[in-house]
Design a binder for this molecule. Structure first.
Ligand code: PMP
Length: 378
């Protein structure tokens, strides 16, 4: 088999074989409907309960405050529409950032079409957003503040706790939502201590399966459901649970909890090595802020369009991306929000590390980029 060098872990991660084994066992042996009253149902329910506790431990909250969904896209939609529609008289202003993931941007855009006023806070040139810039926009008409914890193209870390504290001080009724997909297991936090109302996470960014996510809701934080049906997930997300993937998400959480520190050390080393190998090289400019999470490194190889470089690297078995996978090649709104030039945006590459990457792989990646730069220019 051709060698594979996977550096697109911001888009998704390889499912850990241990997680895959647990999922197969669920599908083949523990296939009962968790709502059934017989032993097969109870068995599935108990394993789901364990998974909920495993994810809760990783997120720093109580298991009872978690609702499983089909992914973070659904969790973000549920939180945003659910919170705003539950507060019809709670104000008409929504505050978010200009570089949220499309699963936050798009529902908020929809609310804008429905008459809400939206304020989108832009990052500074380095890719950072200060707590004060968000807090300054909060007023008595603010129904929702939605800010991500880590940006998926830059790795920028947002000061969620300070944002929550400042927002509460100005308007205690504002609902606070946080998309923590890129932070889960990689940045230490306790969801229940941040002062937020809701938080979305996803399984496939932590070596769990795709198509499973969860929404944390603070005790007493009220939102309306988006789907109606059975009693599952306290009626907030009805429908027969994807028990196999929930249990897989639980196992991935357990592995992260157990090995996260070691994983991050490996990721940090890989990031530093790539920076070292590309730093000072002609026409290469880094976009990530200094204090970014090392899981992502974003830079431009000026003069070479991202797709051309992607294709060159792909022939060598190397996978990186030009931006968010969900944008499918569209011009990055994240890099536009930084105020980068068209040329910088058109030639940007996003490298996403995981603990499965090695320093040897990083050297192969760096050499391939530098070789591509020469070959393509010719
Ligand atoms: N938010 C962020 C920051 C993400 O990176 C992603 C995944 N691309 C999502 C939300 C959506 O998650 P999912 O794929 O589970 O719907």
């Amino acid at each position: 088999m051709e060698q594979e060098y996977y550096f697109d872990n911001g888009a998704t991660t390889r499912t850990d074989p241990q997680v895959a084994a647990v999922i197969t066992d669920m599908l083949v042996n523990c296939y009962g409907n968790p709502s059934s009253l017989h032993r097969k149902g109870l068995e599935a329910q108990l394993r789901m309960d364990t998974a909920r506790r495993q994810l809760a431990a990783l997120m720093g909250c109580e298991a009872k405050n978690l609702t499983f969904t089909s992914g973070a896209t659904e969790a973000n939609n549920l939180a945003i529409f659910g919170a705003v529609y539950a507060r019809r008289h709670g104000g008409k202003k929504i505050i978010t950032t200009a570089f949220e993931h499309s699963s936050v941007l798009a529902p908020i855009q929809q609310l804008e079409r429905e008459g809400y006023q939206v304020v989108r806070i832009s990052p500074d040139r380095q890719g950072n957003i200060s707590a004060q810039s968000v807090i300054d926009a909060v007023d008595e008409d603010t129904v929702l503040v939605s800010c991500m914890m880590v940006n998926n193209e830059l790795g920028s870390i947002l000061p969620i706790e300070q944002i929550a504290r400042g927002t509460r001080r100005k308007n205690p009724n504002t609902f606070l939502h946080c998309d923590a997909v890129q932070a889960l297991g990689k940045l230490p936090f306790k969801a229940s201590r941040l002062g937020i109302d809701a938080m979305a996470v996803s399984g496939h960014k932590i070596h769990g399966p795709k198509g499973i996510g969860a929404l944390y809701l603070r005790e007493g934080a009220r939102i309306l459901p988006r789907t109606f049906g059975g009693e599952q997930e306290k009626r907030l997300r009805p429908g027969t649970e994807n028990a196999a993937y929930i249990v897989g998400f639980g196992e991935a959480s357990r592995l992260m909890q157990q090995n996260g520190k070691r994983y991050m050390q490996q990721i940090t080393q890989c990031n530093q090595r790539l920076r070292q190998l590309l730093d000072g090289k002609e026409s290469i400019v880094f976009h990530a802020p200094e204090n970014a999470l090392p899981t992502i490194l974003n830079f431009s190889v000026l003069g070479i369009r991202s797709e051309i470089m992607l294709h060159f690297l792909e022939q060598k078995g190397i996978c990186v991306s030009s931006g968010s996978a969900c944008a499918k090649g569209a011009k990055s709104h994240v890099l536009s929000a930084l105020g980068l030039t068209g040329q910088e945006i058109d030639s940007a590459l996003r490298v996403g590390f995981s603990h499965e990457n090695t320093l040897e792989q990083v050297e192969i990646l760096a050499n391939a980029i530098l070789e591509g730069q020469k070959v393509i220019k010719r």
